[in-house]
Design a protein around this ligand. Structure first.
Ligand SMILES: *Cc1c(COP(=O)(O)O)cnc(C)c1O
Length: 419
């Protein structure tokens, strides 16, 4: 406490991670996130008619827990990305970088968190954002109301003075995010003569993933203090660029290997943008980059497949919501006061519910404890606000306080009401 936020600390590995990796985060770690994030049993408010989700959990005698990684920071750094940035930016600082380039979708939580985190430690953020509006934005960029706008994450990107570069999804797909980042780095290096630190999509590389290796240590130490000593049977979370999945999968596998005798939880990575096969490969790639030492005779890919289940959870496609998904998020918000986001956390839990808990196979979840890891993303709701009006309108009436009796019959006259 009280130290400057740009101070680096030695990172002390969890005991179970010792001697398991070839490459360690030798630059240490920043203390940027609000940790530990809360963990509690997630129940609905009994007073409301409950949605089919809670009824089904009750039928299956499932106890649900939630880990609130949406609370790692404020609007600027909140969500799962800041855990990775603690390691990534420590590395960048140790090496003396002054500029950072990263990349993501138009409403990228990762780009927003990176931009703010950069400013906290005195670095300059450069963001490549993928948007179908790239040409339109360029045409209108001189008008006051034009340009890239100010919805959700973009407002925060801009408030911290990010340089924003746009490209279309087609261009992004053709060139690939890695190449785009390295070309912008090269361009900025040529212009300024200074090296630029590249951070991949979602901060998901061997360095960023340490954030969730440490996240597993944090969760387990909280879990072990729960009075009822529940078993941790399933862990469910949204998977976008794969770093969170890599950290949770590898962390759980190693931690429970060390605890001989206890069964490791099943790790459910709900893919919101790509297919399961892509994620098995990508997560194995991260494990290789970290130099994870797996049992002789087992390939990294086999090891990952053994310890993680990647599910299809993208629905209509990345960042596209169905009315059912939005209904689900709205119902949970009403019943629990917790707001999930439409692109990641809400989609993940919705698709876990519909594809795993609603069919006959669901019997395998009977009597289990499920942890849902809320990864944040609330600012993404602003982009979907129009679609949410239907459901919000139904649960949240707006009432005119007709204090002087000027308008219609439905208005409340407060002065009379308190007489
Ligand atoms: C990025 C993100 C995810 C996915 O995490 P990855 O490590 O990229 O797979 C999940 N939820 C939210 C809110 C995110 O912003």
């Amino acid at each position: 406490m009280g130290q400057p936020i740009a101070q680096r600390y030695d990172y002390i590995l969890p005991l179970w991670a010792k001697d398991k990796f070839e490459h360690l985060p030798t630059a240490g770690r920043l203390h940027m996130a609000n940790l530990p994030t809360p963990l509690y049993q997630w129940t609905h408010n009994q007073g409301y008619t409950t949605s089919s989700f809670w009824k089904r959990l009750q039928e299956l005698d499932i106890t649900l827990y939630i880990k609130r990684d949406d609370m790692t920071g404020g609007c600027e750094t909140g969500g799962n990305k800041v855990r990775k940035l603690e390691f990534l930016l420590a590395d960048a600082l140790a090496k003396g970088y002054k500029k950072v380039v990263t990349i993501g979708g138009e409403q990228s939580n990762h780009c927003r968190a990176t931009a703010a985190a950069c400013r906290m430690v005195g670095m300059e953020p450069h963001l490549i954002l993928r948007t179908p509006r790239a040409d339109e934005i360029q045409r209108s960029s001189n008008e006051i109301e034009g340009g890239i706008g100010h919805t959700g994450n973009i407002l925060f990107d801009r408030m911290v003075g990010s340089s924003i570069y746009t490209c279309t999804p087609g261009e992004y797909g053709r060139m690939g995010s890695k190449e785009l980042v390295s070309r912008l780095c090269a361009h900025l290096e040529e212009k300024s003569g200074e090296s630029v630190y590249p951070i991949p999509v979602g901060g998901s590389n061997g360095m960023g993933t340490w954030g969730y290796i440490q996240g597993v240590e944090e969760l387990l130490s909280q879990w072990n203090t729960i009075d009822t000593k529940p078993s941790l049977d399933h862990v469910v979370f949204a998977c976008g660029s794969g770093g969170t999945a890599a950290g949770i999968t590898i962390g759980m596998a190693l931690a429970f290997e060390a605890l001989e005798g206890s069964l490791a939880p099943k790790v459910h990575a709900m893919g919101v943008c790509d297919d399961p096969d892509y994620f098995y490969d990508y997560v194995a790639g991260i494990a290789n980059e970290m130099g994870l030492k797996v049992t002789a005779g087992v390939s990294t890919k086999e090891y990952i497949r053994e310890h993680m289940i990647a599910h299809q959870g993208k629905g209509k496609g990345y960042a596209a919501s169905t009315p059912e998904e939005l209904e689900f998020i709205t119902a949970l918000a009403l019943e629990t006061g917790v707001v999930l986001d439409p692109v990641y956390s809400g989609k993940a839990l919705y698709h876990f519910f519909t594809s795993e808990l609603q069919n006959d196979e669901a019997e395998k979840y009977r009597g289990t404890n499920i942890l849902f890891w809320h990864t944040g993303g609330a600012l993404g709701l602003f982009d979907k606000a129009n679609d949410l009006l239907v459901t919000m309108g139904r649960i949240a009436p707006t009432i005119r306080l007709d204090l002087y009796g000027k308008s219609g019959t439905n208005a409340i006259d407060i002065s009379k009401a308190i007489e």
